[in-house]
Design a binder for this molecule. Sequence first.
Ligand SMILES: Cc1cc2nc3c(=O)[nH]c(=O)nc-3n(C[C@H](O)[C@H](O)[C@H](O)COP(=O)(O)OP(=O)(O)OC[C@H]3O[C@@H](n4cnc5c(N)ncnc54)[C@H](O)[C@@H]3O)c2cc1C
Length: 473
Amino acid sequence: MDICCTRLSAALGAQVSFAGQAPYGQTSSSFWSVQEATLAPACVVRPTAAQHVAAVVSIALSSSSGEGCRLAVKGQGHAPAAGFANIDGGVTVDMAGLNRVAVNHDASVASVAAGASWLDVYRYLEPFGVAVAGGRNGLVGVGGLTVGGGISHLSPRVGWACDNVVNFELVLASGRLTNANETDQPDLYRALKGGANNLGIVTRFDLATFPQGNLSAMTTANDIQERAGVFDAFSAIANATVFDIYASLVTGLLYNSTSQRWLISSSAVYTRPVLEPAVFARLAAVPSIAQSFGLTSLAALADEAPNPQMYWFFATATFAPCTEVMGDIFDALNTTLYAFDPAGGVVWNIAFEPLPSIMLARAGKRGGNILGLGPTDGNAFVVLLSAFWSRPSSTAAVTQAARRALAEIESRGRARNLLKRFRYLNYAGPFQDPISSYGADNVEFLRHVGEKYDPTGFFQSHVPGGFKIPQRV
Ligand SMILES: Cc1cc2nc3c(=O)[nH]c(=O)nc-3n(C[C@H](O)[C@H](O)[C@H](O)COP(=O)(O)OP(=O)(O)OC[C@H]3O[C@@H](n4cnc5c(N)ncnc54)[C@H](O)[C@@H]3O)c2cc1C
């Protein structure tokens, strides 16, 4: 038996499981993508207290000459790339059992154990009449989303999800459990807001809450011939001089290689109970195939049915909002993807999400983050280029087509001088380098904080998954 797993098993008993045992199988089946699910760790640890996480790191550190002491840290397993939160032959630390949510005396701060899902959090907070900035799909993990930034329905109001962390409790590379906040280790606090899994394993997030009642949600699907009207409406919202801070919008281009049909759809959420708010009137007026409006709660909206595990591709780019660049993106995608139909088919979803400068301005609060975006960068929108397919034999071809499509949309954006440096870490493909896109100063700051709190580089060498701190050249 693997030496690291043997030692972990001796220390943590039934929290450590092996292939063929039920808890090990539960972890494998809880990954969102097949690529992650099919990796085979030597053992899985499912901690139920922060002290167990500290024990895992201490044991891994003291056995660190062994290959088996390489760790993967898993929240809710929604990062699609292989090896980000699971590991072949190493130890997968599945945080999902650490999912307790609590509030302080006046419900102004929610303490969320790092393995929780956003749905766990929203459901708990609803009776208190408050919410936090978190994922739009409730099945996504608090852990991965928050340490990578986090775009929320509430972001125009309160910034990235990470901007609303008032305190991180985490296990450092030394195995010590500590806290980082505005007054206690403020450099570590700032670096954790975008620094992913490079500085420690977060065991608890203390999150600022906001009063939140019902919100309104509109979904609309349009024939692809109507795209110019949709792009116009999206750009007007995303590039408004005064962005409506209650507006949250995702517009997606959908393409199925088997039916060879494009569709354009939007999910427009208004975080106040206002049916058909003025900000979405132009979008709602574009002739649609289907449209629905309704009032709902954040928890109900986030309560999406789980999808069957599929192979997934994610990659991202950021642009300044403009109707023409969206048109260019569609043309580039149509040119590269239309005739591509691998065995078993592939479904593309290219999502556009505003990053208004008013949201980026919130980064300055609570000591800042390291994402490298501020209000002077102006309005922007993020593109998430994603694809899913079912046959492993199609993986190489889909990846090649997706990377070709990404290169093409970036080149069109560059030609208009509207392509931005920023690559959103939580949407980035494993071949991208989102941490470098934070800018040289932020990368240097992250290196400095890494060297201070993890002098032996444990989280660089022994937690290989995810985006690592770029090395000095
Ligand atoms: C269906 C879907 C919907 C999404 N919706 C949104 C959205 O609305 N907004 C948005 O911004 N993003 C969204 N995302 C992207 C999402 O933020 C990332 O996929 C994120 O990594 C998921 O977090 P997780 O904990 O579930 O993932 P995991 O795969 O478990 O972890 C992702 C990475 O974070 C690290 N990590 C996890 N927990 C910890 C921890 N406690 N301490 C240190 N490192 C940790 C892992 O090691 C791993 O490298 C969505 C993704 C999917 C698939």
